[in-house]
Structure formats: C-alpha cells, structure tokens
Design a protein around this ligand. Structure first.
Ligand code: NAI
Length: 485
C-alpha cells in the first residue's frame, strides 16, 4: 500500500512523518554546513526560480538537503537513486512539510523502500515531469540516472524513433534498460518532444558520485552532453570524506544490521582500494578483522600494501574469506564461479554504486540453487551441496540497503558542496558552457571551514610573512590544483 496523490507524491505511509521529523531535527544538528548555508543565503534566496529534479537516496540526511534547497528559494521534486535506500519516515516528513498527513504542504517525493525496478524508473520520470506547462531547470543527481533518462529521451526524439525492447544477446541489452525504454516509449507516444523541451530548459546538473561523474565525462567526450555539469564527487570535501569516512561508518553498520556476524578475527576481502575501498578496509581493521585487498591500479595496490593490507587476487582467498565486499564501481568483479567456491556462510556485499559488481543473475542461474529470504535485503543462497552464502541487498549498495547510509555529519560536507554547486550553475549560467566542472578550491575550503567548529577544531592562521613565504593568500586557497590531499 502507498500514500499517493498522482503527480503530487507517492510514498509508503504519511503517518510516519512525525517519526521522520524527529530524526530530521536531530540530523540538522549534525549538519552544520547545510544550516550555515541556510543562514547565509536564506535572506537573498539565490535559488528562487530554480526547479530542481533531485535523485539521491531519500534518507533523513537528504531531507535536510531538500529543505535547505527550498529554504534558499528552490522548488523541488524528489526520487531516490536506489530501490532499497529510501527511509520511509524521511520521505513522509518531506512530503508533509509544515502541514499534516491529511493536508501535506511539503515537497513532492516519489520514493519508498523496496521499489521494483519498474517503479524506480517511473519515480525517476515523475521528478522530471512537472505538472502543467512547467519543466525542471536543474538536476541534482546521484549515479546519473535522471541525467540518463533526459539524454536518452532527447536522443530518441532527435532520431525520431520509438525505441523497441532489446532482446537477450543484443548489444547493451539488459532487463533494466528495457524498463527505461518502456518509460520513454510511453512518453514519446504522449508527447514526441517532451525530453527535448526538458533538456533545453535544464541549466545544469550537479552529480554526487564517482560512477555518475564517470558517466558525465564519457557523455562529454562523446560530444553528447546536453548541459553543463558540476562534478561534486571530486570536491576534496566530498570524495575524501563521504566516500572514505562515510563508508568506514556505514559499511559495518550495514553488515551488523543485516547479519550480526562478528568481524573480529575473520578474514575480510575488499575489492578496490580507491576512496571507498580505503574506508571499507579501515572499518574491517577497526573491528579486528584481517583484511586483504584487490586492485587493478598499481598505485592503489601499493597504497594498500603500505597501509598494511596484503594485496591479493580474489582467486587467492576465495575459499578462505568470511566477508567479500566490492567497492570498485566496475562490473563482474565477483562472478557466480567465485561465489560457488566461497566457504559456507560467507557474507557477500557490494558498496559500489550499481549492482553489476556481483553477478547476481549468474548466481540465480546455478542449477539447483535455492534462495531463502532471512529478512528483507538479506538472502541466503544454498548451493546443491548444502553450503550457502549470505548476499546483502541483492548485490546493491548494502550500506543504504541494509542500514541508513552515511551519518549526517559526513553527508553535511557532501551536501554543502551540492547546494553550493546548484547555486553556482543556477546563478552563473554564462560562466559554465557545456562541460564538466569542479567547484573552485576556495569553495571546497569553505565547506571544510563550515565543519570545523562543530568538532572543536581551532585552525591556525597564517601571518603575513608566512603567507608571503608560501606564496598563498592567508585566507586561502592554500594548495595548488595538483595537490592530492
Ligand atoms: P575510486 O575510483 O576511487 O575507486 C575504485 C577502485 O577500484 C579504483 O582504485 C580501481 O582501480 C579499482 N578497481 C576497478 N576495477 C577493479 C577490479 N576489477 N578489481 C579490483 N579493483 C578494481 O572510486 P570510489 O570513489 O572509491 O567509488 C567506488 C564506487 O563506490 C563507485 O561506484 C561510487 O559511485 C560508489 N560510492 C558508493 C557510496 C556508498 O555510500 N555506497 C559512497 C561513495 C561512492
């Protein structure tokens, strides 16, 4: 069952709004960057006139982001960027806003925990299709699905073709892609210029994560990007904090809530030693696990080795590890053959953005395999020989599927970048021709500054001679662009 007004909102249960509001209130206390932006920009309303289509995990922290955007003048519609990541109480509180469940006055949200993939793409469509003759003029994306829908729709309209479903064996075929084509087919039949008009009105997109940023650079290199983009992920105060310290918190949270299996003394395998992998490995180590890491990049492999982790291939440890976690943003990292070779009751999960890191289809296709639901988002897969493995969130990002994602403080840092990026693109359109940009370093430093007081950190101030000696302004920026932190 849902609480739904078609075109206005669709969430699980509006009566959860009070519970959601309590959590949002506590999160606000832990999100000093966003609250500082409300104080700084509330009076001048820089986002007045912005109509933002937002697609990020519909969590409590995202609720604080949404209400910061509206406090700065924006109109917003929201969907989650993952079928399992919505916190239904947060979605309810955002819809209800200052109203009541009977008469909600908040922001339209189309998201609930446990969407089907078909529903997921319908929700994504809902944030882009506004009532009346009004269209969004900004996208705030996480993983690039909203951006993808607009680009694909506009492409089919330009070619003047109605897409037909792909068949197994076709290049690029996937069941999910057919669902996207289904959304586009319906909309093209209703309005053959819908996506072209939306694309023309979009002033820009701000993208949250590594995988979405990767897609944006690919689109731009192919000459197909339709509007400018800000890569929020590669603000230092995003990827070096959220991806690393956020994962350090939310990976064990997800594993604990899902399985309650002790990590101490066990062998944990982490695929990938980028920002997310570094946080994941540190989390396991913090719990007393023995940690091994795999990498394809010799620099990251050497980093892992210097940090004290043995660098292995999955094949080396597949029969011994107790936990297998993928953090690569790549595909086919854990195959069905790997899973068949794992030891009894091994825990398998992915924390990278998409579910193609673990071959779930291959697992399901093993003859005689039996899948038992232990609880939602936790499944035991029993092989014909009686051994089994535990797979979290059906191979989707487990920190949001099995727990509630990153904690508020680290998301404040990420989302402060998001809000600043939205203001940049919306108010300085002419300074950003179509392309992919990062925020200027001075703004990155500002985000960090906004989070120091809350931690009791006292920053040392350069005096004039020191600043001259280093050749920097005493107010920053402090590092050259090529500095790596
Ligand atoms: P990154 O690029 O810093 O790290 C990924 C690493 O995986 C790279 O060092 C790469 O060399 C390595 N790699 C690629 N293929 C591999 C393979 N076959 N075997 C072993 N290693 C391999 O990216 P980052 O920022 O760490 O993000 C990773 C993924 O996590 C992305 O999909 C990103 O969108 C997602 N993400 C998820 C979050 C969450 O809350 N669950 C938060 C932040 C990012």
């Amino acid at each position: 069952t849902f609480d739904e007004v078609p075109g206005r909102y669709k969430v699980r249960d509006l009566s959860l709004a009070t519970a959601g509001r309590h959590q949002i209130r506590l999160a606000e206390h832990e999100m000093p960057g966003l609250m500082a932006l409300r104080a700084e920009y509330g009076p001048s309303q820089p986002l007045a006139g912005a109509r933002i289509a937002g697609s990020i995990h519909m969590t409590v922290q995202t609720a604080v982001l949404i209400e910061t955007l509206t406090a700065l003048g924006a109109e917003v519609r929201w969907a989650s960027c993952n079928i399992f990541s919505t916190q239904d109480e947060a979605a309810a509180a955002v819809v209800v806003g200052a109203g009541t469940p009977e008469a909600p006055t908040g922001v339209p949200v189309f998201a609930w925990k446990g969407e089907s993939l078909e529903e997921y793409w319908e929700c994504t469509e809902q944030i882009l299709v506004w009532p009346g003759d009004v269209r969004p003029n900004m996208i705030l994306d996480d993983g690039g699905d909203a951006t993808l829908l607009v680009h694909k729709g506009a492409e089919f309209e330009r070619l003047g073709v109605v897409p037909t479903d792909g068949q197994p064996g076709d290049r690029g075929y996937s069941e999910e892609y057919n669902l996207i084509l289904g959304v586009l087919r319906r909309s093209l039949e209703g309005d053959p210029q819908r996506w072209t008009r939306i694309a023309a009105e979009i002033q820009g997109v701000t993208e949250e994560t590594t995988t979405g940023v990767h897609r944006l650079y690919q689109l731009h290199e192919a000459g197909e990007l339709l509007f400018p983009a800000i890569n929020v992920n590669d603000s230092v105060t995003k990827s070096k904090f959220d991806n690393k310290y956020g994962i350090r918190h939310s990976l064990p949270d997800g594993i604990n809530r899902a399985t309650d299996v002790l990590m101490g003394g066990k062998l944990a395998f982490v695929a990938g030693y980028g920002d997310v992998g570094k946080g994941a490995a540190e989390a396991f180590r913090g719990q007393g696990a023995r940690v091994v890491v795999s990498e394809v990049d010799p620099i990251c492999a050497l980093q892992a080795a210097m940090d004290g982790y043995q660098v292995v291939r999955l094949e080396d440890v597949v029969g011994q590890a107790d936990f297998f976690i993928t953090t690569t943003g790549n595909r086919d990292v854990i195959t069905a053959e790997h899973m068949q070779a794992m030891k009894n009751k091994a825990v398998v999960g992915n924390i990278g953005h998409f579910d193609n890191e673990i071959d779930m289809a291959g697992l399901a296709a093993i003859p005689g395999i039996v899948r038992t639901e232990i609880k939602p988002q936790v499944h035991e897969w029993v092989f014909p020989d009686g051994r089994s493995i535990i797979v979290l969130s059906e191979g989707r990002l487990l920190n949001l599927g099995n727990a509630t994602g990153h904690p508020s403080f680290v998301m404040s840092s990420s989302f402060t970048n998001q809000v600043i990026a939205q203001i940049e693109l919306f108010t300085k359109r002419e300074e950003y021709p179509v392309g992919v940009y990062r925020l200027p370093k001075v703004l990155d430093e500002k985000v960090a500054r906004l989070h120091l007081d809350a931690l009791g950190a006292r920053l040392t101030v350069l005096d004039k001679t020191q600043a001259e000696y280093l050749g920097v302004d005493a107010a920053g920026p402090f590092k050259p662009e090529h500095y790596r932190y």
